[in-house]
Ligand binder design. Structure first.
Ligand code: AHR
Length: 534
């Protein structure tokens, strides 16, 4: 099949809905398949998709740390220095770029000194933010850095601005990073780590408009400047400006006050402080905060509501970027979406404060659509951290005692690994529409990138749960022979992996065929594909 006509829409390359190519006929398509034409600009130099867009988040919340990551050295569950080996092996396959820790809301009630030194002497506290359970402090700084090293990730540490002090944060940084033999550096060495730890990101508080102290934006900005100045990284190897990136708190879903105030302060800053990023927290809530909706056992109605709830991320990123552009047109400060993901009602029978939910094919599609938004906006979005890593909210992994299962979201993260540090290639397509009742949504999504070795990668999502999509991809200046990769789909939108059925939602090999100088892909309903062009 050839191309009958080529027509360019008026919108720029970033506009995914602009009509680019119209296939002449829909030959050899599966019955009911919707034709979709995708045009990839292979020669354009798009922004680098920073690997930190695929970051994760591990908070002291429910069984996210205790049970999910940390089982202790005496556990019968195989572990290395208390960190469970099955979880580490699974996470290594995702090439997790960074892990944000210890929270979340928990970060603003965390006192680091309680988590170092002999375990038996560490005080038990209440985790007031999450379930009111005992926080034993068995997993502290050394255990976190050990975990990050075991999975090959950088550390993203959030300091306590809400209930801590600037001195406490400065001491933590000295403890972790001082090379010179200060008292705190010697204490670190005595606790088992002679050299400094590397900190790639330092979060200056968390949601200080809410759980982090309910501060006004102006009040937070004044506090933030003090933390940005005094919480110094003392390792000469990390002393270069910006080597440890400081992330200030930005907006909550719907309110830009923090971003506006922080960016204005940054524009007017004096020599003594700086930041390299501003955060954005935005969750996918299918219904309302009070009644979010079930994580499993739902049908197309719930699915169709979840997709627009997640596509709001596009507008949130655009609004924050517009504010940042006003103060920082050179894009020196990055936007870090350091909490995002789908948030549903907790699994019935679990502690509601543990935020435990099932993870379905719907959630995999939510993950792919969000990652696509972040990648498309990579010029400003330098990092993102899905909430959360294990057993909490939109998790990669669920555990139950010694058992572990990989979620559909995990599979998306593994399939998207080739996009880490690749260069974005402009893509044009007519997304078409998927309609359900009152809801109308873009039917397909597509992102392309070129990796460091020159390979071209394409991610495709068919949002429509009923109709297949027949995608014809044209690559400017390239005559592909084929494309091969993986496809993720399942029987139902709420299909998920149970401990007894771990393979219900699993990637399978997927290929595109060469056709009329381009590529043809038959995408099943509700599916995600990632392929490399050959
Ligand atoms: O991810 C769960 C919680 O959501 C975090 O602790 C908090 O920052 C956000 O409100």
């Amino acid at each position: 099949m050839g191309w009958k006509a080529i027509r360019r829409g008026g919108a720029g390359w970033a506009a995914a809905t602009a009509l680019a190519l119209v296939p002449a006929a829909a030959a050899a398509q599966p019955p009911g398949a919707v034709p979709v034409a995708v045009a990839i600009e292979t020669e354009a130099a798009g922004p680098r998709i920073g690997r930190d867009i695929f970051g994760q988040f591990a908070e002291h919340l429910g069984t996210g740390i205790y049970g999910g990551i940390w089982v202790g050295p005496d556990s019968p569950i195989p572990n290395v220095r208390g960190i469970r080996s099955d979880v580490v092996a699974a996470l290594r396959a995702l090439k997790v770029p960074n892990v944000r820790w210890p929270g979340g809301c928990f970060a603003d009630e965390y006192h680091w000194r309680e988590g170092v030194g002999p375990t038996a002497l560490r005080p038990a506290r209440l985790n007031a933010s999450w379930g009111g359970v005992i926080e034993p402090n068995g997993f502290g700084s050394h255990e976190f850095f050990d975990f990050a090293e075991q999975i090959g990730a950088d550390a993203y540490l959030s300091v306590n601005v809400g209930s801590g002090t600037v001195q406490e944060a400065a001491d933590w940084l000295e403890y972790l990073t001082a090379q010179a033999p200060t008292a705190l550096a010697r204490a670190r060495a005595a606790n088992g780590h002679a050299g400094p730890y590397r900190i790639k990101y330092l979060g200056l508080g968390n949601e200080n408009w809410g759980c982090g102290g309910a501060m006004s934006a102006d009040h937070y900005a004044e506090e933030m400047k003090r933390y940005a100045h005094y919480a110094r990284n003392l390792d000469p190897a990390q002393a270069a400006p910006g080597a440890m990136k400081r992330i200030a708190v930005g907006w909550d879903s719907g309110n830009s006050d923090y971003t506006e105030t922080v960016m204005k302060a940054w524009k007017e800053k004096v020599w003594s402080w700086d930041i390299e990023g501003v955060s954005l927290h935005g969750y996918t809530i299918p219904n309302s905060w009070e009644r979010k909706g079930p994580s499993v056992g739902f049908g197309e109605d719930e699915y169709a509501k979840s997709v627009p709830a997640t596509l709001r991320m596009k507008e949130w990123v655009a609004r924050q970027s517009a504010i940042m552009d006003r103060y920082d047109p050179e894009r020196k400060v990055g936007l870090y979406v350091d909490e995002w993901g789908i948030w549903t009602d907790p699994t019935p029978g679990t502690n509601p404060g543990f935020l435990q939910q099932q993870n379905t094919l719907r959630d995999a599609i939510v993950a792919a659509l969000n990652l696509d938004i972040f990648m498309r906006n990579a010029a400003r979005v330098r990092g993102a951290n899905i909430a959360q890593m294990v057993n909490v909210l939109q998790a990669m992994i669920l555990t139950d005692g010694p058992r572990m299962v990989l979620t559909p979201t995990y599979h998306v993260y593994r399939m998207y690994v080739p996009f880490q540090d690749a260069s974005l290639l402009p893509v044009r397509f007519d997304a078409g529409s998927y309609r359900h009742g009152e809801i109308t949504l873009p039917r397909v999504d597509a992102v392309a990138a070129r990796d460091a070795a020159g390979g071209i990668w394409l991610a495709l999502v068919n949002v429509d749960p009923e109709r297949p999509a027949s995608v014809a991809a044209a690559l400017a200046g390239v005559r592909p022979r084929a494309a091969a990769g993986e496809l993720l789909t399942a029987a139902a939108v709420d299909s998920h992996n149970g401990f007894d059925r771990p393979g219900e939602v699993a990637p399978r090999p997927f290929a595109g065929r060469a056709e009329a100088g381009g590529l043809r892909f038959e995408l099943p309903p509700k599916s995600i594909a990632v392929v490399q062009v050959r």
